[in-house]
Design a protein around this ligand. Sequence first.
Ligand code: CA
Length: 447
Amino acid sequence: MTLPSESTMATLNETHDPALRSWVDAANAPGSDFPVQNLPFAVFRRRGTGESFRGGVAIGDQVLDLAAAARSGVFVGAAGAALEAAAGDKLNALMALGPASWSALRLALSRALRAGAPQETALRSCLVPQAQAEYDVPARIGDYTDFYTSVHHASNIGRLFRPDSPLTPNYKWVPIGYHGRSSSIVISGESFRRPMGQALPPGASEPVFGASRRLDIELELGIFIGSGNPRGEAIPMAEAESHVFGLCLLNDWSARDLQAWEYQPLGPFLAKNFATTVSPWVVTLEALAPYRVPFERPAGDPQPLPYLDSPANRGEGALDIQLQVELQTVGMRAAGLPGAAICRTSYRHAYWTIAQMVAHHTVNGCNLQPGDLFGSGTLSGPTEGEAAALIEMTQGGKKPIALPGGESRTWLEDGDTVTLRGWCEKAGATRIGFVTCAGTVAPAALS
Ligand code: CA
């Protein structure tokens, strides 16, 4: 049998070689999230300056300033053109170029940042310490779509909202999603106000208006779309991943009391659209190639319909990305206690893959555009410790979680900081990471 040619699945190449070392020493430190094998993209500037944001690539504890690198003329051809596209205040122009350009730039960066590279002198002057950098949302996000790809999350939530039929009949056939709000997507480190809204207290017949009392998190991955598709033309599975630039961490803050009252029949609205936090660094699909794993369906579950199926997706359509949620209260901060890990899971448990999300989103002719963002949906795994939202961890607010220092939480309180972490590691490959996606709850704007 001949497999169809699929340009979508990144293959290993010289940029993934675990033997590579960089002339930036910190990139070679064991456990670094930013070795020369990663090379994620962000937009940044020196903190506290009025400088323009511009593209940057993480290497060790430094940011390579791509605008400065472009001015130095170090790269030519496709890599040079991609470098120019990455010099602006958002990454949309780079994202629009497509995978051949992204790969050319990655290869050129990999070669130029390796130990002994002749470009070291030119590029050393383009480094900014990450400790001095601040970041912005990496793309001008036209549209944000939030999926629901963890069957474990869907089942856990379903049991709370609909005990009789936790998993809706469509779940195993359709990659469920809804259109979110892009204007309130914020960069890691920003705080947001606890939302106001309507909620129906337990046993009440009329709603009350006030600050949300059931504020929650959702551990997700963000998926940045690269090149788009013309309206009316679906992206088939075989091409789906060639339209994906890369991944970040995403926290889809959720007001569960507002959500429970408002979500029928059209889904969440004010419960979700007040803030969504993304991490600054976008790890490319190519960098994630060593961490691909097969997409598998449990025995007895329906196989995807043909438009959501491909040999490459079955073979290596899923990704093994380690994920963790940490919670730090005001009290813990005052006592010098670090954030406590309250969830540890992997993206490999998702029921639908990235390629399936892209193929499904466009099958009706919907056009995606460079810089569009997908949320993966809350990435809960199969066991209790892998629950990726407080509503699951606390069984709907009934079972508080204990924190170091003697505090406990069912829902978020003012001043709480939630930090998501993501990384990939396995024998025979270099560890790469996303670093963090953090946000802090500020008090509601009570009038
Ligand atoms: Ca979500």
